[in-house]
Design a protein around this ligand. Structure first.
Ligand code: CA
Length: 237
């Protein structure tokens, strides 16, 4: 296979030109193809061509901010999006709002960490092409009133649709496939986020679990589906 067809393509949306150039250089060195956009509008336009394997998106951008770009890309495409932010206080907003970001890095980021995350997110999304549930022929996962349609990516509880972010959905589906199995944060980070451990932050798991629980459970304080095994991890039953 010619090397060019194997290269994954990353769109970098970053208005600070020296950062954009540094990213471009390191992406190239790591074997990626890339394109650059220096403002939100151009970033959105390029992203929507659908030719990228991943989008690295700065938050503070001229013309259109990263939140808006992310939201509008996600209306059309499932391309993995990593948001770069200089403000740690934005992290909750990034992961909390249903803007559809897959991951985030805080500036200043280490290039090695960023490249590891890019790799993990691309790997995860290419694994998703074949939904895991279809391998066993099961299109629907059911836990009493909770129904997960893995073909339509829809979740309902007692017939009422529940809107989940991509990560919440993936976490739920992963655990629901193995009811009663307790997964540690590290295992979930590796299986659901695709990190090999070193760069992952297990607090992402806790945050996503608590948001998932808030949407899933009638009373998040008395879960009926998503349980914590103290000191060990999480499980669904
Ligand atoms: Ca910026």
């Amino acid at each position: 296979m010619p090397e060019t067809t194997q290269k994954k393509k990353v769109l970098v949306v970053e208005d600070e030109k020296n950062i954009a150039m540094t990213l471009a250089y390191n992406l190239m060195k790591a074997g990626y193809a890339y394109d650059l956009a220096f403002d939100g509008e151009d970033g959105l336009k390029k992203a929507l061509t659908g030719t990228f394997d991943l989008i690295l998106l700065d938050l503070m951008l001229p013309k259109m901010d990263g939140f808006e770009v992310c939201r509008r890309v996600r209306e059309k495409l499932a391309t993995p999006i990593i948001i770069a932010t200089a403000r740690v206080e934005e992290v909750d907003k990034i992961m909390g709002l249903d803007i559809g970001a897959d991951d985030y890095v805080t500036k200043p980021f280490s290039m090695n960490e960023l490249l590891a995350r890019i790799k993990a997110n691309i790997r995860r999304s290419s694994n998703e092409v074949v939904p895991a549930a279809s391998e066993s022929g099961e299109a629907t996962l059911t836990v009493r009133g909770l129904v997960i349609d893995t073909v339509k990516y829809q979740v309902t509880r007692d017939g009422t649709p529940i809107e989940l972010t991509k990560k919440e959905y993936e976490l739920l589906t992963f655990m629901a496939k193995n009811l009663g199995t307790v997964y540690s944060r590290e295992q979930l980070l590796s299986e659901v986020w695709g990190y090999d451990g070193f760069f992952g932050d297990t607090s992402s798991v806790d945050v996503t679990v608590s948001r998932l629980r808030a949407k899933l459970e009638a009373d998040a304080g008395k879960p009926e589906y998503l349980f914590t095994k103290r000191g060990m991890g999480y499980y669904i039953k």
